[in-house]
Every structure is written in C-alpha cells, then in structure tokens.
Ligand binder design. Structure first.
Ligand code: CP
Ligand code: NVA
Length: 313
C-alpha cells in the first residue's frame, strides 16, 4: 500500500488524488478477500491503535463498522455520544481535538455543522476522518465506489444515476465520481439541487478523469443508460421538521420498479441506508434481485479499515 496518506485527514474526497482513492479501494478489496478466507494467520495492522469516535447524530453502520473494524485489525475504538463531550458546548472544538490527539491515533467525527469536522482537522495532531456532516459523507462514498467496482468490474466510464435530494451523499458522490471517472447524473426536484460550489469544484476534479457530472430535474434523462441507481432519504438527520414538504417535492423521484425499468436491464441499486421504504425507495426494489445495499453496507467496514490502515498503521 502506498504511504502517501500517512498522517492525513479525510474531510472530503476532494482532498484525495484519484490514485489515492484507487489505492484505498485496492486495499479494501484485499482486506475483504482476506476476511472471506478466514485466514488463521493474525493480521493486526492496527494493533495498539485507538480511534476516538465523536457522534452528534445517530448511527448504525458508521459506528459498528468502525468499532468492529478496529477490533478486527487489532485496535480499539472509543464511542463518544452527543451527551459525552457536547461538541462546541462544553469546551471548544479546538480543545477537544488537541486533547483527543494526546490519547488516540485518529479521530472519526459525525457532526451537524461541517465546520466542526474542519476545525477538528485543523487542531488535531492525528488524522481526522469525516463520518458524515451536513455537507459530506466521504466514507460512505468510498464504500459505494468499492461496491460499484465489485459489481461492474470497473469505475471509469460507467453511469450512475442518483434520484432525490442533493444532500451530503450526493455531494460526496460528485467528488468520488469525478475522481474515478464515473459519469454521474443527479435527478433532483427544483430547490433541492446540490450546492453550486461543490458541483463546480467536482467538475474541475472531473477534467482529469473525463467523468460527466450532470444535475437535472428530468428523472428519465438521468436513468437512461444507467449502470447503477442510487437513492437516499428525502429528509436527512437534522431536517425532520421539513419531512412533509420534502416528501411532496421528491415523490416523483421515488426509486420504484417503474423507475428501475428506465435504466439498463442489469442496473444495480444502491442506498446508503437507513432506508425509508415507500418513500425514496419501494419495498419491491430494495428487496429485489438488483439491490446490493447490504454488500454496500458491508463494504463500509472494508473501505474504512483500508483508509485507517493507510492513515495510521
Ligand atoms: N450509511 C450510514 O452512514 O449509516 P448510519 O447513519 O447508520 O451510520
Ligand atoms: N443523507 C443522510 C445519510 C444517512 C447515512 C443523512 O444525512 O441523514
């Protein structure tokens, strides 16, 4: 594995080179193969390493994949929930970052304000990994890219359609696809487009890979020729009060059997989970043969451990 990532942060996929993303995905594939083989030989690249995990929001996948992954590879994870450290309330983010750096080898943080992750990274002397902020979800997209490559055999040149809200996952997909040559078409209702600065920056990233990044209101245009379709909840954590108005706007973008029929016949279905069946995705589609959502969830662990091994082992 290349060592160029040692000591770095992962706040955004924009900060990684396409070769660095490829190297994390290769290592993630190797970790997955090794785990499948149930090798008797211990492989403990994170022995003695501690990960602090800050959560301002709930989590199943992020918490368990980091915690189980640290244990699997010889390390340990410390869970710090919303009431434990009260990020930005009990003491400053800078003081938290500097204190945790004295105990732990890396910090993973799930926050509301993206600025909290940025500040942690500025002040910590150990790597900081973004475990989801209101703006981005880079760890999710590493697992998504791994899943796409696993199923489609390549990334460059395939087409991914995203239906629904131009949210944190959509933003990280823009960067991740831009870096790896995946053509991404985001079909979103008016008023729910991804942030313009992210689209602009991702399009700059895409110049090298040739990825085409589209934002449209036309669902069928996004789905046409798609090798994979992705959706996510219509109201993200922190937007619960907007649930109804968002649902009304996004209903035409539901990933149901009719929408699926507009993509390629072998198109696969991704969802970062948790899923709201009957809202952004129908029960039939998420439970159907084209759905790879649990492989995608599993790949969170492999991708994140590949990342951590490259940052701190
Ligand atoms: N996809 C994802 O990040 O899931 P959790 O919110 O359960 O961590
Ligand atoms: N967009 C969702 C992703 C959950 C993993 C949210 O932020 O709640």
């Amino acid at each position: 594995m290349r060592t160029s990532l040692k000591g770095r942060d992962l706040v955004s996929l924009h900060d990684l080179g396409s070769d660095e993303i490829a190297s994390i995905l290769d290592e993630a594939d190797a970790l997955k193969r090794r785990h499948r083989q149930r090798s008797e030989e211990p492989y403990l690249p994170l022995a003695g390493r501690n990960l602090a995990m800050i959560f301002q929001k709930p989590s199943l996948r992020t918490r368990v994949s980091f915690e189980a992954g640290m244990y699997r590879y010889g390390g340990h994870a410390v869970y710090l929930g919303p009431e434990d450290i009260q990020l930005g309330k009990r003491e400053t983010t800078a003081d938290i970052a500097r204190t945790l750096s004295r105990y732990c080898d890396a910090i993973m943080a799930r926050t509301f304000a993206h600025q909290h992750v940025v500040e942690l990274a500025q002040h910590a002397t150990v790597p900081v990994v973004n475990g989801l902020s209101d703006r981005l979800h880079p760890c999710q997209v590493l697992a998504d890219l791994m899943t796409l490559r696993e199923r489609k055999g390549r990334l460059a040149g395939i087409k991914l359609a995203f239906l629904g809200d131009g949210n944190n996952c959509a933003h990280s997909l823009l960067y991740g696809c831009a870096k790896t040559g995946v053509h991404l078409s985001l079909a979103v209702p008016e008023g729910y487009e991804p942030l313009a600065d992210i689209v602009t920056e991702a399009r700059e990233d895409a110049r090298e890979s040739g990825a085409e990044l589209q934002v449209t209101h036309d669902r069928d245009h996004a789905l046409d020729g798609a090798d994979a379709i992705y959706t996510d909840v219509w109201a993200s954590m922190g937007q619960e009060s907007e649930k109804q108005v968002r649902a009304a706007a996004m209903r035409p973008y539901q990933l149901d059997a009719e929408a699926l029929s507009k993509a390629k016949p072998d198109a696969i279905v991704l969802h970062c989970l948790p899923a709201h069946r009957g809202e952004e995705i129908s029960d039939e589609v998420i439970e159907g043969p084209r759905s790879v959502v649990f492989d995608e969830a599993e790949n969170r662990l492999h991708a994140q451990m590949a990342l951590l091994i490259s940052l701190i082992s």
